[in-house]
Design a protein around this ligand. Structure first.
Ligand code: G16
Length: 545
């Protein structure tokens, strides 16, 4: 890679990063110069890359290996002096964040389309994380998009592809490439935060079984090492543990709709006591007990309420944060603990400043994301270990912990209804219609439900004062129920309308209702307000979580 070539190119108009990086169909990335343009736009946007250290890895999906080689050659041309690459090009998103922080790197490039399906017909993605280990903030991604619109050349090192199998350093011109164990730094960090000996005692006690579904995605090697080797869970605890470029044809999204094998296991009377799954790049998690699903919004609330039982958080929490559409269950816990609770727009990047400023310690999102200040990404295995630590200390079942929580704080019934792959104009029309109706909605009633506020969420970052507008239509009711509408920023086909529904219940006789039943009134109000059926012809959502 000593010779640098300069290649002429023309801009692609569609390189605008979404909620979490640039995500497109694999075939879009396979167009000549597509990846190179974006990477060059990124390098042009960053301050001088000369002499800096970059972290590089991905979730192993189709095109990961090819993209890594291209990026290594472009990193050499951009003047990076060192690139830390996960062995075989693999790094989970949380592990990449941990590696960036531990090695004080300039930043990192993570190749993933997260929970989106992979394979030649599936999705690919690229995102950039800054030196704190977290997703690049809007001002960086906006600047990359701007640069991508005028790019006319990129620079790339010539030479052979780099072997990514063997750990250790090799030199390529002025740049050193170090192939690192993708699991080691991350596993060490987990052992610092959690009581491994207590969890090991639970897992080897003979009275507790668990199943972790890696969904043929990146967490397989991490889960084998941490759960089966270090914590001595029974062999076979990790299922679908081998990362595959197409995730075995599955949809690596850990929710009730896509983690079917795990959900079926946990619904049997003879099933494991505890079940969990993670997504394509390992930052999302789903937690189940035998016969019980823990909604992500409840999960962050329960972790917050029990954090004092976990070594890494025993000293107390500075505060908590949740994305706006996430239920307000954690708000109630924060209030009792007397700590602040911040409400941010959807997107993990919005937690970064709060974590850096030590204003929040734990963060959570309804989209199966939970994490803390240990890194700057949400972290699937961390959440699973947090739960295991609590279960090991409490000695009661997941269902008992959840039910006790509802009894103490009340229950926030919660569900998200997604209408996927809508025509983009139809979806934009729905949001525009809601925005136009906001004024008439305030003070309107539907039976017993009276609207108390209606707005288009705007967030002012309390640390840097930056303002993010149009982050979702919020409709709040006087009993603290809520309906939120927004369009997904991570899809790659048409547009996805997300409708988030939440109803608070403190009556002890009504804490164990069916979720969709408990939310039935709100569901019909939401459909009526947004006119989804008339405008899209869809009678029902594609996915309900
Ligand atoms: C990303 C973001 C999350 C966000 C989720 C869903 O997760 O990091 O903060 O909640 O997308 O976003 P949207 O509703 O816009 O599709 P991931 O796991 O896909 O990187």
């Amino acid at each position: 890679m000593t010779d640098i070539q300069t290649v002429n190119t023309t801009p692609f108009p569609d390189q605008e990063p979404g909620t979490s990086g640039l995500r497109k169909k694999v075939r879009v990335f396979q167009q000549p110069h597509y990846l190179e343009n974006f990477v060059q736009a990124l390098f042009d946007t960053l301050e001088d890359c000369t002499g800096q250290t970059l972290v590089l890895g991905g979730d192993g999906r189709y095109y990961n290996d090819i993209a890594i080689q291209t990026i290594l050659k472009m990193a050499a041309a951009a003047g990076f002096s060192r690139v830390l690459v996960g062995q075989n090009g693999l790094l989970s998103t949380p592990a990449a964040s941990a590696v960036i922080r531990r090695h004080q790197a300039f930043g990192g490039i993570i190749l993933s389309a997260s929970h989106n399906p992979g394979g030649p017909e599936g999705d690919f993605g690229i995102k950039y994380n800054i030196s704190n280990g977290g997703p690049a903030p809007g001002k960086v991604t906006d600047a990359v998009f701007e640069r991508s619109k005028s790019i006319d050349k990129y620079h790339i090192g010539a030479g052979e592809d780099v072997a990514l199998e063997r750990l250790g350093e090799t030199r390529h011109g002025a740049m050193t490439i170090e192939i690192v164990d993708p699991v080691q730094d991350y596993a060490e960090l987990m052992a610092e935060l959690f009581d491994f000996s207590r969890i090991r005692a639970l897992l080897t006690s003979g009275r507790f079984t668990m199943c972790f579904d890696a969904m043929h995605a990146i967490t397989g090697p991490y889960a084998h090492t941490i759960f089966e080797d270090q914590l001595q869970a029974a062999a076979g605890t990790v299922i679908n543990g081998q990362p595959l470029p197409d995730f075995g044809g599955g949809h690596p999204d850990p929710n009730l709709a896509h983690a079917k094998e795990l959900v079926a296991l946990l619904s049997q009377d003879s099933g494991p006591d505890f079940g969990a799954a993670a997504d394509g790049d390992g930052d999302r998690n789903m937690v189940l007990g035998r016969g019980v699903f823990v909604s992500p919004s409840d999960s962050i609330a329960i972790l917050t309420a029990n954090a004092h039982l976990v070594p890494g958080y025993r000293a107390g929490l500075a505060g908590v944060a949740r994305s706006m559409p996430t239920s307000q269950a954690v708000d109630r816990v924060a209030e009792q603990l007397g700590i602040p609770c911040y409400e941010t727009p959807t997107g993990w990047k919005f937690f970064g400043n709060l974590l850096d400023a030590d204003m929040a310690t734990l963060c959570g999102e309804e989209s199966f994301g939970t994490g803390s200040n240990h890194i700057r990404e949400k972290d699937g295995l961390w959440a699973v270990l947090f739960w295991l630590n609590i279960l090991a200390v409490r000695g009661i079942s997941v269902a008992e912990i959840v039910h006790e929580h509802w009894a103490n704080y009340g229950r926030n019934y919660y569900s998200r209804h997604d209408y996927e792959a809508l025509d983009i104009d139809v979806a934009n029309g729905i949001i525009a219609h809601l925005r136009d109706s906001l004024n008439q909605l305030r003070d309107r009633s539907f039976g017993d439900l009276q609207i108390s506020h209606a707005d288009d969420f705007s967030y002012t970052d309390p640390v840097d004062g930056s303002v993010s507008q149009h982050q979702g239509i919020r409709i709040g009711f006087s009993d603290s129920s809520r309906i939120v509408f927004r369009l997904s920023g991570t899809g790659t086909e048409g547009a996805t309308l997300r409708i988030y529904l939440e109803k608070y219940e403190s009556d002890a006789t009504k804490l164990h209702l069916d979720t969709q039943g408990a939310l039935a009134d709100l569901i019909s109000i939401a459909k009526r307000l947004c006119e989804v059926e008339q405008r899209s012809g869809r009678e029902a959502p594609t996915v309900i979580t």
